[in-house]
Design a binder for this molecule. Structure first.
Ligand code: NZQ
Ligand code: ZN
Length: 381
């Protein structure tokens, strides 16, 4: 095991009816003005907004709405949220949505109490936030595990960059699987694939032999695949959604990362692809993973073989990656870049720019060069 320290800042309320329980306990600790932040309107259509607003009103809170947080949230949306939070003197931020809403709120929380520009502080001065407006998260679409940490992924449009910004962790998170029942099937599967990717990417970073975090990661992967298959048979299977919701949280609450380094190279490539195309995160990963893994297969043969056997019941490392690709097809997820919904035509020139600007990880089975990343992307065309 590598040296590590671990602490966990978020209280989790899991299961049916958790929002009411969580809010009644947690809101007592916060001031009157609550900024209620959400996305493009799904929570208005499915009744979650009314349910939460009623609980807040009953608790004597004053609600300030911040809506329209888009998928792949932008830095300008963060700044608009921080300006509103400051102007309205919000005492608390309640993020209600998927990874995009939660990420945007984490950075709004930190930016709202800072004098300087948070991107410049983190990327130019290497200073990270130590305070923020307190926040909580109500998860309506699972997969990213964004509710379980302080890291956010934000698109800075002017810089053609999508990447991490450290914000504030939610002090509590509500995970009610019933809230996910209205999520469109393709988003449910894309989100679950993101969870699978988090566990795979963590597992494939460097670790010592028989590392317990590796074994837990394999269990999360296996369970994610089993429950995704249950959803393919019945998309409304609440037990499967419930398992996937906790898989998602487990993959990003830091437990799998204890005592080991991580890979996350597929994520770095996908994030930059997202900066250029605004594609769906889980779907971008589904396209990139098999091609990336065929490149590094020979650099971690034992790990890939164990992954193949435990997650897919396959015999060899190669069979494991084939099984992963077949599983992606079985789920109806995209396997080629041309199948992604994109704001631009995905050409070799665009892919060259993605390869030239994405972050490169050093603790994966083998560090990639930019030309090889371009090759991988071209194999996905
Ligand atoms: O915007 P609304 O109308 O709410 O619709 C959303 C959105 O269109 C919809 N949705 C959410 N809950 C719903 C629902 N529709 C019906 N019923 C509900 N109950 O789902 C769509 C996708 O939502 P979004 O939040 O964008 O998806 P996801 O949770 O996959 O989040 C993706 C973002 O998270 C980042 C990604 O890069 C991407 O920007 N990630 C964050 C991570 C983190 N902070 O730890 C880790 C991940 O690797 C990832 O990078
Ligand atoms: Zn992800």
């Amino acid at each position: 095991m590598e040296k590590f320290n671990y602490s966990y800042p978020t209280r989790v309320y899991f299961g049916e009816g958790s929002a009411k329980e969580a809010l009644s306990k947690e809101l007592e600790k916060v001031g009157k003005k609550v900024m209620l932040a959400y996305g493009g309107g799904s929570i208005k259509r499915n009744g979650i907004y009314d349910e939460i607003a009623a609980i807040l009103t009953q608790a004597g809170k004053e609600i300030v709405d911040f809506d329209g947080i888009m998928s792949n949230p932008t830095y300008s949306k963060v700044q608009a949220g921080a300006a509103l939070a400051r102007r309205e003197k919000a005492d608390f931020i309640l993020a209600v949505g998927g990874g995009s809403v939660i990420d945007c709120c984490k950075v709004i929380s930190a930016q709202a109490v800072l004098d300087g520009d948070i991107w410049a502080l983190e990327y130019e001065k290497r200073q990270f936030p130590t305070a923020g407006i307190p926040m909580g998260a109500i998860v309506t679409a699972s997969g990213t595990g964004a509710e379980m940490n302080a890291g956010a992924v934000i698109t800075y449009e002017e810089k053609k960059w999508k990447g991490p910004i450290v914000g504030t962790a939610a002090s509590f998170a509500v995970l009610d699987p019933e809230y996910t029942l209205t999520v469109p099937p393709m988003q449910v599967l894309s989100g679950a694939f993101d969870t699978l990717s988090h566990a795979m990417e963590t597992y494939l970073g460097c670790s010592d032999q028989d590392n317990v975090s590796d074994d837990v990661a394999l269990a999360v992967m296996r369970n994610t695949v089993v429950n995704m298959r249950r959803l393919l048979a019945d998309i409304n299977d609440l037990q499967a959604r419930s398992n996937l919701m906790w898989d998602s949280a487990m993959a990003e609450n830091g437990i799998l990362k204890c005592g080991r380094l991580t890979d996350f190279q597929a994520h770095q490539i996908e994030h930059q692809l997202g900066a250029y195309t605004d594609c769906n995160h889980g779907q971008g990963l589904a396209v990139i993973h098999p091609a990336y893994y065929r490149h590094i297969l020979k650099d971690a043969p034992e790990k890939f073989t164990r992954f193949a056997k435990i997650v897919f019941g396959a015999d060899t490392a190669e069979d494991g990656v084939d099984a992963l690709e077949n599983f992606i097809k079985e789920c109806g997820l995209p396997t080629k870049l041309g199948q992604l919904k994109s704001t631009v035509e995905i050409t070799p020139e665009v892919l060259r720019q993605v390869a030239d600007t994405c972050n490169i990880i050093k603790c994966n089975p083998r560090e990639l060069g930019r030309d090889e990343i371009y090759e991988i992307l071209m194999e996905c065309l």
